[in-house]
Ligand binder design. Structure first.
Ligand code: HPA
Ligand SMILES: [Zn+2]
Length: 336
Protein backbone atom coordinates (compact mmCIF):
# COMPACT_ATOMS: atom_id res chain seq x y z
CA UNK A 1 0.00 0.00 0.00
CA UNK A 2 1.31 3.47 -0.87
CA UNK A 3 2.03 5.48 2.23
CA UNK A 4 -0.68 8.05 1.45
CA UNK A 5 -3.23 5.24 1.36
CA UNK A 6 -1.93 3.85 4.64
CA UNK A 7 -2.11 7.33 6.21
CA UNK A 8 -5.77 7.55 5.20
CA UNK A 9 -6.56 3.95 6.11
CA UNK A 10 -5.33 3.97 9.74
CA UNK A 11 -7.69 5.18 12.50
CA UNK A 12 -6.12 8.16 14.24
CA UNK A 13 -6.54 10.34 17.34
CA UNK A 14 -5.87 14.08 17.17
CA UNK A 15 -4.67 15.66 20.41
CA UNK A 16 -3.56 19.18 19.51
CA UNK A 17 -6.17 21.16 17.67
CA UNK A 18 -7.60 24.62 18.33
CA UNK A 19 -11.22 24.67 17.28
CA UNK A 20 -10.94 28.38 16.44
CA UNK A 21 -8.07 27.46 14.12
CA UNK A 22 -10.36 25.33 11.96
CA UNK A 23 -12.35 28.35 10.74
CA UNK A 24 -12.07 28.08 6.96
CA UNK A 25 -12.15 31.32 4.90
CA UNK A 26 -15.45 30.22 3.28
CA UNK A 27 -17.21 29.98 6.65
CA UNK A 28 -15.57 33.22 7.83
CA UNK A 29 -16.94 34.97 4.73
CA UNK A 30 -20.41 33.46 5.17
CA UNK A 31 -20.64 34.42 8.87
CA UNK A 32 -19.34 37.94 8.20
CA UNK A 33 -22.19 38.39 5.67
CA UNK A 34 -24.71 36.92 8.09
CA UNK A 35 -23.76 39.37 10.86
CA UNK A 36 -23.03 42.41 8.63
CA UNK A 37 -19.37 42.42 9.62
CA UNK A 38 -16.98 44.17 7.24
CA UNK A 39 -13.85 42.04 6.84
CA UNK A 40 -10.54 43.62 5.86
CA UNK A 41 -10.51 41.32 2.78
CA UNK A 42 -12.18 41.54 -0.64
CA UNK A 43 -12.86 37.85 -1.16
CA UNK A 44 -12.45 34.34 0.20
CA UNK A 45 -9.29 34.02 -1.91
CA UNK A 46 -7.90 37.23 -0.36
CA UNK A 47 -8.42 35.79 3.14
CA UNK A 48 -6.50 32.66 2.22
CA UNK A 49 -3.76 34.68 0.51
CA UNK A 50 -3.25 36.68 3.73
CA UNK A 51 -2.16 33.54 5.60
CA UNK A 52 1.59 34.15 5.35
CA UNK A 53 3.19 34.29 8.76
CA UNK A 54 6.56 35.32 10.15
CA UNK A 55 6.17 33.86 13.59
CA UNK A 56 3.60 32.80 16.20
CA UNK A 57 2.48 36.38 16.98
CA UNK A 58 1.81 37.33 13.35
CA UNK A 59 -0.44 34.26 13.11
CA UNK A 60 -2.21 34.94 16.41
CA UNK A 61 -3.10 38.48 15.26
CA UNK A 62 -5.09 37.06 12.30
CA UNK A 63 -6.45 34.12 14.29
CA UNK A 64 -8.06 36.37 16.93
CA UNK A 65 -9.35 38.74 14.25
CA UNK A 66 -10.91 35.82 12.34
CA UNK A 67 -12.70 34.51 15.44
CA UNK A 68 -14.67 37.76 15.64
CA UNK A 69 -17.20 36.47 13.07
CA UNK A 70 -18.32 33.78 15.57
CA UNK A 71 -21.27 35.42 17.27
CA UNK A 72 -24.20 33.07 17.93
CA UNK A 73 -24.83 29.46 18.96
CA UNK A 74 -25.26 28.25 15.41
CA UNK A 75 -21.92 29.78 14.30
CA UNK A 76 -20.13 27.64 16.90
CA UNK A 77 -22.16 24.60 15.89
CA UNK A 78 -21.17 25.11 12.24
CA UNK A 79 -17.49 25.59 13.13
CA UNK A 80 -17.39 22.38 15.17
CA UNK A 81 -19.45 20.35 12.71
CA UNK A 82 -17.22 21.36 9.78
CA UNK A 83 -14.13 20.17 11.70
CA UNK A 84 -15.78 16.89 12.69
CA UNK A 85 -16.65 16.21 9.04
CA UNK A 86 -12.95 16.70 8.25
CA UNK A 87 -12.16 14.19 10.99
CA UNK A 88 -14.42 11.69 9.27
CA UNK A 89 -12.67 12.34 5.95
CA UNK A 90 -9.24 11.80 7.54
CA UNK A 91 -10.32 8.80 9.64
CA UNK A 92 -9.79 10.60 12.95
CA UNK A 93 -11.90 8.55 15.36
CA UNK A 94 -11.08 10.47 18.54
CA UNK A 95 -10.16 14.12 19.03
CA UNK A 96 -9.11 16.19 22.06
CA UNK A 97 -9.44 19.83 21.14
CA UNK A 98 -8.67 23.15 22.69
CA UNK A 99 -11.27 25.86 23.11
CA UNK A 100 -10.06 29.41 23.88
CA UNK A 101 -12.96 30.84 25.99
CA UNK A 102 -11.29 34.23 26.52
CA UNK A 103 -11.20 34.84 22.76
CA UNK A 104 -15.00 34.93 22.96
CA UNK A 105 -15.83 36.15 26.47
CA UNK A 106 -13.63 39.24 25.93
CA UNK A 107 -15.90 40.34 23.09
CA UNK A 108 -19.12 39.65 24.96
CA UNK A 109 -19.78 36.11 23.69
CA UNK A 110 -20.22 33.92 26.77
CA UNK A 111 -19.98 30.21 27.61
CA UNK A 112 -23.78 30.02 27.28
CA UNK A 113 -23.41 30.88 23.56
CA UNK A 114 -20.44 28.78 22.39
CA UNK A 115 -20.82 25.72 24.62
CA UNK A 116 -24.33 24.71 23.46
CA UNK A 117 -23.21 25.12 19.81
CA UNK A 118 -20.10 22.98 20.34
CA UNK A 119 -22.02 20.37 22.33
CA UNK A 120 -24.74 20.03 19.69
CA UNK A 121 -22.16 19.23 16.98
CA UNK A 122 -20.20 16.87 19.27
CA UNK A 123 -23.36 14.92 20.14
CA UNK A 124 -24.31 14.66 16.47
CA UNK A 125 -20.79 13.48 15.55
CA UNK A 126 -20.87 10.75 18.17
CA UNK A 127 -24.20 9.53 16.83
CA UNK A 128 -23.81 9.99 13.08
CA UNK A 129 -20.03 9.76 12.53
CA UNK A 130 -18.92 7.56 15.44
CA UNK A 131 -16.30 10.14 16.50
CA UNK A 132 -15.54 10.80 20.18
CA UNK A 133 -14.47 14.25 21.39
CA UNK A 134 -12.94 15.66 24.55
CA UNK A 135 -12.62 19.41 25.14
CA UNK A 136 -9.66 21.23 26.72
CA UNK A 137 -10.29 24.64 28.28
CA UNK A 138 -7.25 26.62 27.24
CA UNK A 139 -6.11 29.85 28.90
CA UNK A 140 -4.59 32.69 26.89
CA UNK A 141 -1.13 33.25 28.35
CA UNK A 142 -0.75 36.85 27.12
CA UNK A 143 -3.52 37.80 29.58
CA UNK A 144 -3.02 38.01 33.39
CA UNK A 145 -3.44 34.91 35.56
CA UNK A 146 -6.33 36.68 37.30
CA UNK A 147 -8.23 36.58 34.00
CA UNK A 148 -7.62 32.84 33.67
CA UNK A 149 -8.89 32.28 37.23
CA UNK A 150 -12.03 34.25 36.43
CA UNK A 151 -12.50 32.23 33.22
CA UNK A 152 -12.25 28.98 35.18
CA UNK A 153 -14.92 30.32 37.52
CA UNK A 154 -17.16 31.36 34.59
CA UNK A 155 -16.91 27.84 33.16
CA UNK A 156 -18.48 26.29 36.27
CA UNK A 157 -21.70 25.15 34.63
CA UNK A 158 -19.69 23.32 31.96
CA UNK A 159 -17.02 21.57 34.06
CA UNK A 160 -18.36 18.16 33.05
CA UNK A 161 -17.79 19.04 29.38
CA UNK A 162 -14.03 19.63 29.76
CA UNK A 163 -11.46 16.92 30.46
CA UNK A 164 -8.46 19.20 30.90
CA UNK A 165 -7.13 22.74 31.01
CA UNK A 166 -4.42 24.03 28.67
CA UNK A 167 -2.26 27.07 28.00
CA UNK A 168 -1.80 28.72 24.60
CA UNK A 169 -1.20 32.05 22.77
CA UNK A 170 2.02 34.16 22.85
CA UNK A 171 4.67 31.99 24.49
CA UNK A 172 7.78 34.17 24.73
CA UNK A 173 7.63 36.37 27.82
CA UNK A 174 4.66 34.43 29.24
CA UNK A 175 6.25 31.44 30.98
CA UNK A 176 4.23 28.65 32.60
CA UNK A 177 5.28 29.98 36.03
CA UNK A 178 2.81 32.86 35.47
CA UNK A 179 -0.08 30.34 35.72
CA UNK A 180 0.86 28.19 38.73
CA UNK A 181 -2.19 29.18 40.80
CA UNK A 182 -4.82 28.62 38.13
CA UNK A 183 -3.38 25.22 37.19
CA UNK A 184 -3.30 24.19 40.87
CA UNK A 185 -6.95 25.24 41.18
CA UNK A 186 -7.91 23.34 38.00
CA UNK A 187 -6.09 20.24 39.24
CA UNK A 188 -7.93 20.40 42.56
CA UNK A 189 -11.20 20.49 40.59
CA UNK A 190 -10.22 17.22 38.86
CA UNK A 191 -9.04 18.51 35.49
CA UNK A 192 -6.08 17.02 33.69
CA UNK A 193 -3.45 19.56 32.63
CA UNK A 194 -1.60 20.23 29.37
CA UNK A 195 0.33 23.29 28.18
CA UNK A 196 1.99 24.66 25.06
CA UNK A 197 5.71 24.86 25.78
CA UNK A 198 8.91 24.72 23.75
CA UNK A 199 7.30 25.91 20.50
CA UNK A 200 9.08 29.30 20.38
CA UNK A 201 10.01 29.25 24.06
CA UNK A 202 13.16 27.64 25.54
CA UNK A 203 13.41 24.18 27.18
CA UNK A 204 13.14 25.98 30.55
CA UNK A 205 9.45 26.57 29.75
CA UNK A 206 8.96 22.80 29.25
CA UNK A 207 10.58 22.17 32.66
CA UNK A 208 8.24 24.74 34.22
CA UNK A 209 5.17 23.20 32.58
CA UNK A 210 6.18 19.80 34.01
CA UNK A 211 7.36 20.89 37.45
CA UNK A 212 5.17 23.90 38.25
CA UNK A 213 1.97 23.16 36.31
CA UNK A 214 2.17 19.34 36.63
CA UNK A 215 1.07 18.81 33.03
CA UNK A 216 0.57 15.32 31.62
CA UNK A 217 1.33 16.37 28.03
CA UNK A 218 3.37 19.06 26.35
CA UNK A 219 1.88 20.75 23.29
CA UNK A 220 4.64 21.24 20.67
CA UNK A 221 7.78 20.81 22.83
CA UNK A 222 10.09 20.53 19.83
CA UNK A 223 12.69 22.79 21.45
CA UNK A 224 13.15 20.16 24.19
CA UNK A 225 15.78 18.67 21.88
CA UNK A 226 18.14 21.49 22.96
CA UNK A 227 18.34 20.07 26.52
CA UNK A 228 19.70 16.51 26.88
CA UNK A 229 18.60 16.22 30.53
CA UNK A 230 15.07 17.19 29.59
CA UNK A 231 15.13 14.70 26.71
CA UNK A 232 16.06 11.93 29.16
CA UNK A 233 13.17 12.89 31.43
CA UNK A 234 10.67 12.90 28.54
CA UNK A 235 11.82 9.45 27.43
CA UNK A 236 11.98 7.90 30.91
CA UNK A 237 8.52 9.18 31.88
CA UNK A 238 7.04 8.77 28.40
CA UNK A 239 5.62 12.30 28.57
CA UNK A 240 3.82 12.93 25.29
CA UNK A 241 4.70 15.80 22.94
CA UNK A 242 1.83 16.75 20.63
CA UNK A 243 3.84 17.93 17.64
CA UNK A 244 2.39 19.97 14.75
CA UNK A 245 4.76 19.80 11.76
CA UNK A 246 2.90 22.04 9.31
CA UNK A 247 2.31 24.65 12.02
CA UNK A 248 6.05 24.63 12.82
CA UNK A 249 6.83 25.17 9.13
CA UNK A 250 4.28 27.99 8.63
CA UNK A 251 5.37 29.82 11.83
CA UNK A 252 9.07 29.44 11.02
CA UNK A 253 9.83 27.26 14.02
CA UNK A 254 11.63 25.18 11.34
CA UNK A 255 12.95 26.56 8.00
CA UNK A 256 12.17 23.43 5.98
CA UNK A 257 10.06 20.35 6.65
CA UNK A 258 13.15 18.29 5.81
CA UNK A 259 14.75 19.79 8.95
CA UNK A 260 11.89 18.84 11.27
CA UNK A 261 13.08 16.80 14.26
CA UNK A 262 9.90 14.73 14.85
CA UNK A 263 11.23 11.46 13.42
CA UNK A 264 14.51 11.91 15.29
CA UNK A 265 12.53 12.44 18.51
CA UNK A 266 10.48 9.34 17.70
CA UNK A 267 13.56 7.23 17.04
CA UNK A 268 15.13 8.53 20.27
CA UNK A 269 12.18 7.01 22.18
CA UNK A 270 9.98 10.05 22.83
CA UNK A 271 6.22 9.66 22.80
CA UNK A 272 5.56 12.10 19.93
CA UNK A 273 2.30 12.47 18.00
CA UNK A 274 1.27 14.29 14.79
CA UNK A 275 -1.42 16.99 14.90
CA UNK A 276 -2.81 19.86 12.82
CA UNK A 277 -2.93 22.72 15.41
CA UNK A 278 -4.79 25.33 13.28
CA UNK A 279 -5.45 23.54 9.99
CA UNK A 280 -7.32 26.33 8.21
CA UNK A 281 -4.49 28.79 8.80
CA UNK A 282 -1.64 26.36 8.14
CA UNK A 283 -3.17 24.63 5.10
CA UNK A 284 -3.28 21.00 6.30
CA UNK A 285 -5.49 18.76 8.43
CA UNK A 286 -3.97 15.71 10.11
CA UNK A 287 -3.51 13.56 7.00
CA UNK A 288 -1.95 16.54 5.22
CA UNK A 289 0.55 16.77 8.08
CA UNK A 290 1.48 13.10 7.76
CA UNK A 291 1.77 13.48 3.97
CA UNK A 292 4.14 16.47 4.20
CA UNK A 293 6.30 14.58 6.70
CA UNK A 294 6.40 11.63 4.36
CA UNK A 295 7.37 13.80 1.38
CA UNK A 296 10.10 15.66 3.24
CA UNK A 297 11.48 12.96 5.52
CA UNK A 298 10.66 9.72 3.75
CA UNK A 299 8.85 8.29 6.77
CA UNK A 300 8.81 4.48 6.95
CA UNK A 301 5.55 2.55 7.44
CA UNK A 302 6.89 1.47 10.81
CA UNK A 303 7.41 5.09 11.90
CA UNK A 304 3.96 6.02 10.60
CA UNK A 305 2.27 3.23 12.54
CA UNK A 306 4.22 4.14 15.70
CA UNK A 307 3.14 7.80 15.42
CA UNK A 308 -0.49 6.77 14.95
CA UNK A 309 -0.37 4.33 17.87
CA UNK A 310 1.23 7.06 20.00
CA UNK A 311 -1.81 9.26 19.38
CA UNK A 312 -3.92 6.73 21.31
CA UNK A 313 -1.27 6.04 23.99
CA UNK A 314 -1.04 9.78 24.65
CA UNK A 315 -4.80 10.36 24.64
CA UNK A 316 -7.00 10.70 27.71
CA UNK A 317 -9.19 7.79 26.56
CA UNK A 318 -9.89 5.02 29.10
CA UNK A 319 -7.47 2.08 28.85
CA UNK A 320 -10.00 -0.31 27.30
CA UNK A 321 -10.78 2.11 24.48
CA UNK A 322 -7.07 2.68 23.87
CA UNK A 323 -6.58 -1.10 23.67
CA UNK A 324 -9.45 -1.40 21.21
CA UNK A 325 -7.96 1.12 18.78
CA UNK A 326 -4.38 -0.14 19.18
CA UNK A 327 -5.49 -3.67 18.30
CA UNK A 328 -7.41 -2.34 15.31
CA UNK A 329 -4.32 -0.49 14.03
CA UNK A 330 -2.22 -3.66 14.32
CA UNK A 331 -4.88 -5.57 12.40
CA UNK A 332 -5.21 -2.90 9.73
CA UNK A 333 -1.42 -2.72 9.24
CA UNK A 334 -1.04 -6.51 9.13
CA UNK A 335 -3.73 -6.84 6.45
CA UNK A 336 -2.59 -3.94 4.25
O1 HPA B 1 0.41 26.95 17.94
C1 HPA B 1 -0.08 27.73 18.79
N1 HPA B 1 0.69 28.18 19.77
C2 HPA B 1 0.22 29.00 20.72
N2 HPA B 1 -1.03 29.42 20.73
C3 HPA B 1 -1.85 29.00 19.77
N3 HPA B 1 -3.15 29.27 19.58
C4 HPA B 1 -3.52 28.61 18.49
N4 HPA B 1 -2.49 27.94 17.97
C5 HPA B 1 -1.42 28.16 18.77
ZN1 LIG C 1 -1.45 24.87 19.44
Amino acid sequence: MASNDLIRYLPKAELHLHIEGTLEPELMWQLANKHDIVLPYESVEAIRAAYQFEDLQSFLDLYYQGADVLRDEDDFYQLMWAYLLKCKEDNVVHTEMMVDPQTHTHRGVGFEVFMPGFKRAIKQAKKELGISCYLILSFLRHLPEEDALQTLEEAKEYYDDFIAVGLDSSELGNPPSKFENVFARAKSLGFKCVAHAGEEGPPEYVWQALNLLQVERIDHGVRSAEDPVLMRKLVENQIPLTVCPQSNLKLNVVDEMSQHNILKLLDDGLLVTVNADDPSYFGAYINGNFESLDRALDMSDKQLVKLVKNSFFASFLPEDEKEYWLALIDKAFASK
